[in-house]
Design a protein around this ligand. Structure first.
Ligand SMILES: [Zn+2]
Length: 726
């Protein structure tokens, strides 16, 4: 993305302008390439300069990891902290200014950093060479060399003659000469040298380089390079001379790596110093301001009447401040109490007692706080009356201000009161959560629980437990059983349909492997603990799991599930027909006046043992459902057992066994000694079973037990319309 729009982009956008991209830190214009997003919004940018400043500040603020920080680091960190605090207190405008300044100085520094050839590389190198070359050898020779040649060739016989020849040669304009070391030399051709060279060499060295990214830097390089070369040349000659005199080998470094690296450190130190100066300036300014304020106060001539007034007002303000703290706490207390009352309204006495105890603690702490405030007020009042001079009053006023300044954090009583409030809040939150979880559980087990409210009662629960005791260790299967589904019998209250354990093999294998099953077990156990019940069932709320389980049921119990599923069940009542996991404590029992919705239910035992028994409700002799329940409640556990043994049925289920519990049937389930007792339940929503449900719902309606239960009213209407359609 580019910050400058191309023509097509410009004409394409509504305004024709791309808004300028401003750095959020320094407020200066930037572009996408040289900035980073500050948060999720990719258009809120911070320029690279400001990012570097932030990084530098954060780095300075960080404590070293895995070791103690040095004094130096600590000082640096504290300075950085000061700057950061100051930054926070700045107005947005000032903050931008600061960032802009930092950016500028950073840019200058970067510049300097680049110029220092600070990126030195050490290197070693091995080279092999094979080369051939040809040198034209031309030399300039001084007079003596030339004369020696000429005389040996007998061109001249004496040096005197040679001198004359030399003069002549120099006078010739075609002669090439140079002046060197105060002598005139003449050019001569010395032939051609042809060389063959083989070499194998090894060298080590140090290189320095600088980055050149623009023209300006290239100029800088050339300038720098020149001075460096010059310096190096000088040094080399010094070195040569020294070696010559001493006859040893002494090497002077020509590259300034050490110095250049040092310069980098200097820059770093300069920044630190600058930061230190900034921090010091802040501290000094604050101190100065504080001192000025104090001086102003002290220098003022204190007048007794004015001091008295000031003290009165300070005292009033102090008491007001403290009282406000108390009032705030009281408001919180009241709110929490109301909330708690609402939440625990329908909960057990234990929770209510716990609540009362918690809130009593708060009340006591508040009372203590109130007393403490009153006492402070009184003691100040007393001191006021004993102090006579303006200075004394001023001192007292100072003392009062100090005492109230941090009252809400430092006062012991205040702290205690706040702690109790916090404690209550925590308690309330955890209780709320527990209750909410329990409610969720209740919603999940809606099917069971709603009916339980209609049909079951405390008495039935107790009876169930008594029955478990009565039957413990002696429950054997008895009475009529059917081993294939007989719809007529199932609708008429029995006998039940008991199915082979082999059927559930696939299902059990699959279920035991499910993480969900393990989770559900722990989860339901928690709920059971909370509601202090002996059993609990919960619908399988995870769709994928419910779907898989339904497939297994369909595959292994096709005759039971049938091919006439009820379609269009009202949403409110659908939960009743969802697969449920159920679990039960060892040696407990429950007794029910009917199955859920009076609809046959498939129960598959996964783990543990379960005795399921039942008999027809007519045996109770009640005229209405309510009367039946009353009669049932009036029975003893033994009577119920005998009724099932003699006129009904009891089926003792082993793990894997499954049973269809009929409609129109009083039934019970009792667990054995096993710690784990888990089953799957599926209320069989089939068209074939609607008559029993409808009849029961209508009877409930007639007896006025249905009116408040919207789900059941809707289900009843639905079943009625189904029946009419049929
Ligand atoms: Zn910026």
């Amino acid at each position: 993305m580019s910050s400058t729009p191309t023509p097509s982009e410009a004409s394409g956008s509504q305004t024709g302008l791309v808004p300028a991209l401003l750095c959020q830190k320094c407020g200066e214009a930037t572009n996408m390439a040289s900035s980073s997003a500050t948060g999720r919004n990719p258009l809120l940018r911070a320029c690279n300069g400001c990012c570097a400043t932030e990084k530098w500040l954060n780095r300075s603020l960080a404590k070293p990891k895995g070791r103690d920080e040095t004094e130096e680091e600590k000082a640096r960190r504290l300075n950085a902290q000061k700057i950061k605090d100051e930054l926070k207190a700045k107005t947005p405008e000032d903050r931008k200014k600061w960032f802009a300044e930092q950016k500028l100085s950073r840019a200058q520094e970067d510049h300097r950093t680049k110029r220092t050839f600070s990126s030195a590389v050490g290197h070693v190198e091995e080279r092999r060479i094979a080369s051939s070359f040809k040198d034209n050898v031309e030399v300039y020779v001084p007079f003596r060399t030339w004369a020696a040649q000429e005389m040996s060739l007998k061109v001249y016989n004496t040096l005197k003659e040679a001198e004359g020849g030399w003069e002549k040669l120099l006078a010739n304009p075609a002669t090439l000469t140079v002046q060197q070391n105060g002598q005139t030399c003449v050019k001569q051709f010395h032939g051609v040298e042809v060389r063959q060279r083989d070499g194998h060499e090894f060298q080590s060295g140090l290189r320095q380089r600088m980055d050149i990214s623009d023209e300006k830097e290239l100029d800088e390089y050339l300038e720098e390079n020149e001075s460096r070369l010059k310096r190096a040349k000088n040094r080399l000659s010094v070195e040569a001379k020294a070696n010559e005199e001493e006859g040893g080998e002494k090497i002077i470094p020509l590259l300034t790596v050490r110095k250049d690296l040092g310069q980098l450190k200097e820059i770093e130190e300069a920044r630190d110093a600058e930061m230190h100066a900034q921090a010091a300036a802040i501290a000094e300014r604050k101190a100065r301001e504080a001192k000025q304020k104090k001086d102003k106060e002290e220098n003022q001539e204190k007048s007794l009447p004015l001091e008295k007034l000031a003290l009165q007002s300070a005292k009033g303000k102090a008491v007001q401040t403290m009282t406000n703290v108390l009032l705030r706490l009281q408001t919180v207390y009241k709110t929490l109490e109301e909330e708690a009352n609402k939440i625990t309204e329908n909960e057990s006495e234990d929770i209510k007692k716990e609540q009362a105890a918690k809130f009593r603690c708060v009340a006591i702490a508040m009372q203590t706080l109130e007393t403490a405030i009153n006492e402070k007020d009184k003691s100040w009042e007393h001191e006021t009356s004993t102090h006579q001079t303006a200075d004394q009053l001023a001192a007292l006023r100072q003392q009062i201000t100090e005492a109230t300044k941090n009252f809400h954090t430092t006062s012991e009583e205040c702290k205690a009161a706040r702690d109790t409030v916090t404690d209550v809040r925590c308690w309330l939150n955890s209780t709320k959560k527990a209750i909410r979880d329990a409610e969720k559980a209740a919603q999940k087990t809606a099917a069971g629980k709603k009916i339980a409210k209609v049909a079951a009662s405390n008495t039935l629960e107790q009876l169930g437990m008594a029955l478990a005791k009565d039957c413990s260790g002696m429950t054997e299967s008895c009475g009529n059983m059917s081993y294939s589904l007989n719809v007529q019998q199932i609708l008429a209250g029995g006998p039940p349909c008991v199915l082979d354990t082999n059927r559930s093999q696939q299902l059990r294998d699959a279920v035991f492997k499910l993480d969900y099953y393990k989770l559900q077990k722990t989860w339901v156990a928690e709920k059971m603990k909370f509601v202090q019940g002996s059993s609990c069932s919960a619908i399988v709320s995870k769709k994928a799991v419910a779907g898989r389980l339904a497939q297994f049921l369909q595959r292994s119990w096709p005759d039971i599930l049938g091919d006439d599923p009820l379609r269009g069940i009202p949403a409110e009542a659908q939960d009743h027909f969802v697969i449920q996991f159920a679990q039960r404590h060892s040696n407990t029992g429950s007794i029910y006046a009917r199955t859920e919705m009076n609809c046959p239910m498939l129960l598959i035992l996964l783990e543990g043992e379960l005795a399921v028994g039942g008999f027809r409700p007519e045996r109770l002799g009640g005229k209405t459902l309510a009367e039946e329940v009353k009669k049932l409640e009036s029975m003893t556990a033994t009577q119920i057992r005998l009724e099932a043994e003699n006129h009904g049925w009891i089926s003792r289920l082993k793990p894997g066994a499954s049973i269809v519990i009929p409609s129109n049937c009083v039934w019970f389930e009792l667990s054995g000694d096993d710690d784990e007792n888990h089953s799957i339940r599926q209320v069989l929503g089939r068209e074939a079973f609607t008559p029993a449900m409808l009849q029961w719902l209508q009877q409930m309606d007639k007896e006025g037990s249905l009116a408040q239960n919207e789900a059941l009213v809707k289900l009843s209407a639905f079943l009625q319309s189904q029946a009419q359609a049929a």
